[in-house]
Design a protein around this ligand. Sequence first.
Ligand code: ATP
Length: 448
Amino acid sequence: MSSNVNMEKIVSLCKRRGFVFPSSEIYGGLASCWDYGPMGVELKRNIKDAWWRTMVQERDDVVGLETSIMMHPKVWEASGHIDSFTDPLVECKSCYLRWKATEIGNNKCPKCGGELTEPRMFNLMFKTFMGPVEDEADTIYLRPETAQGMFVNFENAVTISRKKLPLGIAQIGKSFRNEITPGNFIFRTREFEHMELEYFVKPDEDKHWFDYWVGERFNWYTNLGIRKENLRLRQHGKGELAHYAKDCYDVEYLFPMGWSELEGIANRGDYDLTQHTKFSGRDLSYYDNESGQRYIPYIIEPSAGVERSSLAFLIDAYQEEVVEGETRVVLRLHPSLAPIKIAVLPLSRNEKLTPLAKEIYKQLRPSFMTWYDDSQSIGRRYRRQDEIGTPFCVTVDFESLEDRQVTIRDRDSLAQIRVPIEELDKTLRAKLSGESFEASPLWATREK
Ligand code: ATP
């Protein structure tokens, strides 16, 4: 976390610059529900793409899947969610506020000091009815995790992929949890997107793969720019483990409210496939034709949230710095996560500059998420791009009309170089893929 960031600043920037808006705002909002604006959707999409690239595209042992949010009710009996996906709920006898007992740690209401009721277990799954008749037979649940979709499709994935174990199935999709205490902006909400991998392994190889995935997932965040000092691993204590887990590590990030879970990596043992075999009557064991053994695979599960990652990436990237006596806010997002990669900015709105600037904008758009802006002063436009984390601005000025060259301005160093328009695509591609931005001594100037 940067030293000068707090949650208020992030919430305000997210609203001001179109990352996140309160849901149903014109009706006063709906608690813990958020809408993602033009910058927010791009950031989320980029995070999901980065995850998919690492977890699926660049591997030969993982296949993708997209399963239904609504599943057969028996799935949730087999998984243990109907009995065990609960939190202890207490209610204040004075102000009637409800709390998760494990989060408040003492027996007085944190809001008014009032006496609390005894805890009762509250199931976090959202219930709804399928079809027009609201009777018990039609009760179904919105999934609280995508994982079960992968477990019940294990057989399909093995058959279709024609791969051997270890084999992973990856899914990104919405999950719903009727959290007792949502909050901290988009950190904990009742609707969110999961990015989950279920990695099926030979039982005696579980420890190896568990350690492997803990390392891989930690590195995924640092490779995308999260500072190592803001990230740590925490192993769950025995009493803390979920009913299905043999072992679990959380990747924790130093959020403004303190160290909190960003992702969980669990060794689920053979619990899931054993349960689904029992409840469905379908044998989900795996025949390993190399060893001639039949067994129920163990599952290693790295499970992350898109919104919670978005929040961590935003917080880690946020910086305020003084440049020539003025404070600028800059999001130093990794280029692959930045919502907009390039902003094309004519020096001013001018009938001579506009056609060339528009021509450049059209030239770049098919390759990069590009933004065109010709309103207000160039300084204010740079600041706007800094605040949304745009790595490069391309400025078109009157000299460009003569020499067909434009200025590229680097978000982080503020260095500027001039390049021929024909080389713009190539130069920007190299810079966005990580080539360090060294301003040519001939052209380097601090912006005015
Ligand atoms: P927590 O202890 O914070 O409630 P959890 O341990 O129940 O989380 P998991 O079931 O392990 O969470 O889910 C994996 C990831 O999914 C979490 O690390 C988080 O990134 C995300 N996630 C879980 N619940 C929520 C939620 N209510 N809102 C936003 N993201 C969530």
